[in-house]
Design a protein around this ligand. Structure first.
Ligand code: ADP
Length: 481
């Protein structure tokens, strides 16, 4: 089976979020199951710089305002098609905006071009290559499925994966004329969205199947609360909607071998976590008193519920727990958390910034990780917490609801508990969960059983890849011969 994946990001070449982890891990996990996935990505500078021998397999005299070509290359163990279009992708800054963080004004053009190339490859533009299925990720590649639908590759099965419905790629109606689509596409059941053009909307409409990154999020986005304006369409397509939880890289995230840790350990040697805990206490200026350390490793944003955390800090300190917070984002939230640390010296420590190594030490030394997200398509930090015996305390939403088994009395008795869930995502519920955590922490036998049960959970990509393969097969069976 040949699958063409189209994505703006792929780990380890270009990453701004969990999407890159998924698109980077899937080809490897699928290869073991007899599925060959090749991936089309934009020729951002760091991608073009990574390969020397440039030989194009397809040329565009004109693609969205300039010359472009597609290169077939192998990089970092991945089979790639790279869309080289200097007028669109050869710029400093990030993949979607300049160094100051402002979106590029021609993002619609850049990702329409990527999508056009995806659809052309699906239609047989590259000699010797014809994918059986096309798999698009997020709004930046969603138009691939629209170009397929209104073009040559209309008979090729397609899948649209939504990693976060909050990002939709909405543009004014004025761009439609430059997309190269037939007039008929500017319709309610086409690319039209609230009077403009919606890239993700167009992909959701055209896809043979829609997936998102957890079953609960797949349900939630059918409601107005989580649907972000697309719930009507998603409901209409609900019989083609699936939720598949992400895996994690269990080689990188392995407490037995993790080089970032001060002290490596396994489920059989949890006491060795003490040295990592001491490193966290040093770094965050926390008292050494044996009380539970609850950590946060997160973007500091509204989605992540960091304002809820900020209002609950005094209550959390009152339970006797300590807080170690690593994150960056909203300046107001950074200020509020730093002020809380100043108010509660020794009980709350805050490091503002992004620090991969420190995030590993925190998972390897803290007793719990708290994730009060308002919505969470899948979430990774709770999965790392499970693997590291850093007990997740999570809002019952999206992937958090699907991956953590709440330590209620019955679950503790049955030995299946892996963390603590709370709902709704507000300060009172969060505080109640932290109190339950502190109570469990006071009984080492119970607490260690929860840690060990989490560490046993299968978080590998293997299981998720099986589910994708199953879906690909289903789509192939729907293809008209
Ligand atoms: P999202 O992609 O919505 O931010 P996820 O939980 O899916 O949330 O993934 C976040 C990833 O970024 C995790 O790997 C987490 O460890 C990492 N991360 C977030 N903030 C920081 C930080 N300040 N320092 C180090 N790693 C961070």
């Amino acid at each position: 089976m040949q699958v063409l994946s189209v994505t703006p990001e792929i780990f380890p070449l270009i990453k701004t979020g969990g999407l890159a982890d998924v698109t980077g891990a899937l080809p490897v996990a699928l290869a073991a199951k007899g599925v060959t996935m090749r991936t089309l990505i934009p020729g951002f500078p760091m991608v073009m710089d990574a390969f020397k021998k440039k030989k194009s397999v397809y040329k565009y005299p004109l693609l969205q305002g300039g010359k472009a070509s597609v290169h077939s290359v192998q990089l970092a163990g991945l089979d790639l098609f790279v869309l080289d279009a200097p007028h669109l992708f050869d710029r400093p800054g990030g993949p979607y905006g300049n160094a100051a963080g402002a979106d590029w004004p021609d993002n619609w053009r850049r990702f329409a071009a990527l999508s056009q190339a995806g659809a052309d490859i699906a239609g047989g533009a590259i000699s010797g290559y014809m994918p059986d299925i096309v798999h698009a990720h997020d709004w930046q590649s969603a138009m691939t499925l629209a170009y397929m639908r209104y073009g040559k590759a209309v008979g090729t099965p397609s899948m649209m994966t939504v990693h976060n419905l909050a990002f939709q790629g909405q543009f004014g109606a004025g761009i439609f004329g430059e997309l190269g689509l037939p007039i008929a596409a500017m319709a309610l059941d086409g690319v039209e969205y609230y009077g403009g053009v919606g890239f993700l909307k167009a992909g959701l409409q055209a896809a043979w199947a829609i997936t998102t990154v957890s079953p609960t999020y797949a349900q939630e986005i059918r409601s107005p609360e989580f649907g972000m304006g697309l719930d009507g369409l998603i409901n209409m397509r609900s019989s083609d909607l699936y939720g598949i939880v992400n895996g994690i890289d269990t080689a990188i995230w392995n407490p037995e071998t993790d080089k970032h840790l001060v002290s490596n350990y396994t489920a059989a040697s949890l006491k060795a976590r003490a040295l990592n805990r001491a490193a966290v206490e040093d770094r965050f200026g926390l008292d050494r008193d044996g009380s539970p350390i609850v950590c946060v490793v997160s973007r500091l944003t509204w989605q992540k519920g960091m304002d809820i955390l900020a209002t609950a800090v005094d209550g959390i300190v009152a339970t006797g727990a300590r807080l170690a917070i690593l994150g960056s984002g909203d300046a107001g939230l950074e200020g509020a958390l730093l002020a809380a640390a100043a108010r509660h010296r020794g009980r709350i420590g805050v490091v503002v910034g992004y620090d991969e190594g420190l995030s590993h030490v925190m998972q390897g030394g803290c007793d719990a990780i708290v994730i009060p997200s308002r919505f969470e398509p899948c979430g990774l930090t709770q999965l790392y917490g499970l693997r590291y015996g850093c007990v997740p305390v999570v809002a019952r939403t999206g992937g958090l609801a699907d991956t953590i088994i709440d330590a209620n009395e019955a679950a503790i008795a049955a030995g299946v508990a892996t963390g603590f869930q709370f709902a709704p995502s507000d300060g009172a519920a969060l505080l109640h969960a932290i109190r339950r955590l502190a109570e469990a922490h006071a009984s080492p036998a119970i607490f260690e059983a929860i840690q060990r049960q989490g560490m046993k959970t299968d978080l590998s990509w293997d299981r998720s890849a099986d589910k994708y393969v199953e879906l690909y097969r289903l789509l192939l069976s729907k293809r008209v011969a």
